[in-house]
Design a protein around this ligand. Sequence first.
Ligand code: AMP
Length: 443
Amino acid sequence: MPLKLYNTLSRKKEVFKPISKVKINFFVCGPTVYDYSHLGHAKTYVQFDMIVKYLRFREYKVNYLQNITDIDDKIIKRANESGENWKKVSKEYEKFYKEDMKALGIDSVRRYASATDHIKEIISQVRRLIKKGYAYKISDGWYFDLKKDKDYGKLAGRTSLGAEDSVSRIDENKGKRNPGDFCLWKFSKPGEPVWKAEIGDGRPGWHIEDTAITEKEFGPQYDIHGGGIDLIFPHHEAEIAQMESISGKKPMVRYWMHTDFLKMNKEKMSKSLGNFKTIRDLLKNHKKSTIRYLFASTHYRKPIEFSEEALENAKNSVERLKNLVSELKDDKKTNQKYLEEFQKEVDDDVNLPNGLAVLWTLLRDKDAKGKLKTVEKIDRVFCFDLLKREKEGITKEVRKLVNQREKLRKQKNFLEADNIRHKINNLGFIIEDTEKGVVVKRK
Ligand code: AMP
């Protein structure tokens, strides 16, 4: 069974065929570093982390690159509000972002590339667009002329804004030739960061940093580009317009993958709406495995409605998985049948929820051999730390007792089962019988 990916560009699932046999070049839009990241960001980045880890499970070598937008209107605004230097603001939030990603178990990114480290490449792209007649100059900068690009709109299936778009960064100037024209290079206003350039001293527009970085790292064409659905238009559409106009080579990207939103009160979680929880706040009371489970149990192209109850369910599920894993004996081999089943399910557009169902079936299968090694392999994709149980304080002794009590309850020997509950209490743990099974907690 081949791996299939849903491609936003063709609007269908396609068999995945990498450009080169050596490695897959995979780019995901990184954050604009002006504030703490929230759980909505975590959904996109955790799901792409698991997608990349699944590609590695399939033995592809993945060159995973993310950009860091460290110069932008939002950063300048934040710096002006706090009276700090813009560079200090962006450096600080970049550090916080990377700390948050590490705390969520995201370690699949090979390289983070900052916009300000690629000013030379950005200017080179703008100059080539000017030379080829795609760019024009007005009072506040160089703009891309959409009339010159017949293909504009091919990714989103439209050429004007919709309600779901990331609209905060549309460049407005009355002198624009077409309403949708976007800025490639902004002439700096007094007091703003500025880079010297023949095209006029200034700073980069938002879309051009990504194509400058990917052209440098991957060349004009590469395998996979990802991001949240709010970036399809105009951001990703603009990337295509820039790169394909410069190189003349199509398509810039073979497969476009987009995650749907994490919602809170039925709307996209976002700073501007105020319906958000920061990653660091959540990690004070929740483990990374809980958050990863929450995001693994819904397909990446579907939205998730955030609730404390959903987190609690995810937490209990990880606990139950760990209980089942704690029962397993060391074995030398993996269970080929279950590994194949897992791959067959997940190969369908990285269907991790179905893969998770295979993991549950394996753990509940009394006759299956090679369970521990198989769980270990599958958990390299999810990273729920299923095998790291003792470190979290629930000892082997307690897990054994929990499992004994479960068996007794199934035999309806409630008296003995209750005795074991007391023993567990005396060891400093409590057990809760939830609808979906037993949950063990420290007192
Ligand atoms: P930003 O820094 O806002 O450009 O967002 C960085 C990445 O996080 C982009 O890929 C966004 O699509 C994604 N993102 C932002 N908010 C959410 C959300 N509520 N749910 C899922 N992804 C999001």
